[in-house]
Write a protein of this length. Sequence first.
Length: 209
Amino acid sequence: MSSLKDCLREVRKAVTEHLEGYHGGGPEQALQQTPREEVLAMISLISICLLEQELHKCGDGGGTSLHEMQAPLKVCRKALKSFIARYAAGDEGASDKKRRRTRQDTEAPTPLSASRGTPTAERPETSAPINLGQYASSDAFDQNKQKRMKFARLMGGAKVAAEEKGSAGGNLRHNTFVASKDELKRMSANLESQFQSAMSHKGKKGLGA
């Protein structure tokens, strides 16, 4: 009769050998680089295989219950093998994609990468004047350049500025302007006074009003 340590040692050895066959490298490297799901699936597969071997050794003397376990164990073994094979194939495909992406990033920048906006150094338009229209002279952005650029991209201000620069004296501005902070304060004060006046006037009305 084998002890618990012997069984665990046997399972660990078999799992390590299988992982080395799938991923290569040394035993410790194979265990460290393998995802947790794949390791657990491999442990389950090895345990089922060892259990099937023990049931096969017992033969008919093991009883009907042991014989009935063989069919479910076989189904589980096939499912785990299929899962591990798909997982290993997915890891290989992902690693290949990662290597290709790394190789492309180390090469010269392409128009595709520039259009994605990944390189932060290749953005000369941030220093160019942005046409914000009626919001140019307002304090809506609190002197925040990131807010201004985000608003310009959403509203098409950068595109309008480029068109104005390319056209001969084209003027796309309109005559409406956003109120400044002082103007907003004055409007708020006027609204507040009008509200208070209306409330006091309503309170002075009689029941017959």
